[in-house]
Design a protein around this ligand. Sequence first.
Ligand code: BES
Ligand code: ZN
Ligand code: ZN
Length: 501
Amino acid sequence: MKLSAQKSTLLNMKADAVAVFITEEKKTFQQQVDQLKKILRSQIEQMIEIENFKGKDGQLFFIYTEKKFTASRFLLLGLGEAKDLSLEKFRRAAALAAKKSKTLKVQHLAFQLPDIPNGFVNSTEDVAHAIAEGSILSLYKFDKYHTEKKDGEDKITAISIFDTNEANLQKVRRGLHTAGIVSQAVSLARDLENAPGNEIYPETLAGAAKISAKKFGYKATVWNKKKIEEEGFGGLLGVNSGSVRPPAFIILEYKNNDSAPIVLVGKGITFDTGGISIKPATNMAEMKMDMSGAAAVIGTMEAAARLKLPVHVIGLIPTTENMPSGSAIKPGDIITHYGGKTSEVDNTDAEGRLILADALAYASRYKPAAVIDLATLTGACVVALGHHATGMMGNDDELAAQLKAAGEKTYERVWQLPLYDEYEKQIKSDIADVKNVGGKWAGAITAGWFLKKFIGDYKWVHLDIAGTAILEEDLPYTPKGGSGVGVRLLVEFLKNRKIPA
Ligand code: BES
Ligand code: ZN
Ligand code: ZN
């Protein structure tokens, strides 16, 4: 996708379609309509009335004009009332414009830089970023396995934002640059998630990380099974024992200053059958996306490196399939994790926490400034929060607040669940240090508590993305399937990291 900032008026803008953001307020609405009327020299007012377009949030009005003095297709995008404006409204309106433009066979879609109302908390750069991000991400499609390509399928190849003020355009350029990189990183994460389990398994997931690292100048180290055995990652080996494909442990590093690193840990179960505690057949195919945490970590590392963020980040990805077989772990088995703690496996389907335990214990060796893990960890989290919020748990209020703020800004929202001491007894084991399931109630929290048993002396946040990573229905700029959640959230979090003196 070609992204550009262009100096132009609405009248002169050359593009296949021009989109104009319009707020609902009577006065500004009328001003904007008057302006369009002059330019288009058409009965736009009547047309708008017939269509009942009032600039309401989510409204789209399409005008086709034969006159060639300007772009021939105009899209009016309603934003709702100015006082309720948010970056998310820009993302959604831009997504709507992009999807409509695709059906109109538009190749170059241009957005008029909207007026930013007084009191709006976000910058012009942020607005440009949101517009580009919403349009690019809404066009994402996982179609590499369709052998019959629809003939001459039309693609939007260029998106631009125009304005007449050069100072504004500088800001737009910065926003577009960031948005382009972040959107590609989200698309990479989505591709990894949506790829079937016979394409993405530990070896190929590691391969994808290596390719990204090499291309964008960060480090990737991959441990093989022998090294994983030598290091004593009992959780990863235990979960892997039913699979014919070997496990891997992927270590990524992007270092652009000497500060203590932020360590990102991603669950990399490339397919979760449940193991011996096998899952029902319905919807099991979704479990190819049980590596969404890993995908988010790879996407974030790639974006951080390309944006040259002034941070030090380590990515840790334990990865394996979870399969049933004669060699698989069984309920009742006991595992010794990295660092020596033991866990009793009561249910082999609670495998994510077993592999994360090793990685979280291992993270201590980096003396991290903070550790954030992302995992499609529990169905219970989906029951609690559905698909619109990631479950957050942790041990540090300030770190949690930073993620919360990044979540509000990017709309990858997180919602905190408590890790009260009282929940701990649900995962007590009679025969090991901890048991891997905590009974019927508060399943997302008892999973969080299990992880808490393995963290070191560091600030930590756990993000349960089971509901937000795997979508059963389309969202405004996210088609169903793998959402790439976590990338935008973490890039925003990293951008705001104060560099310690
Ligand atoms: N990968 C699943 C969690 C999951 C469920 C993710 C639905 C996305 C959508 C995880 O490994 C799992 O199976 N968890 C069990 C834990 C239970 C056995 C304690 C669950 O949630 O049922
Ligand atoms: Zn499972
Ligand atoms: Zn799982």
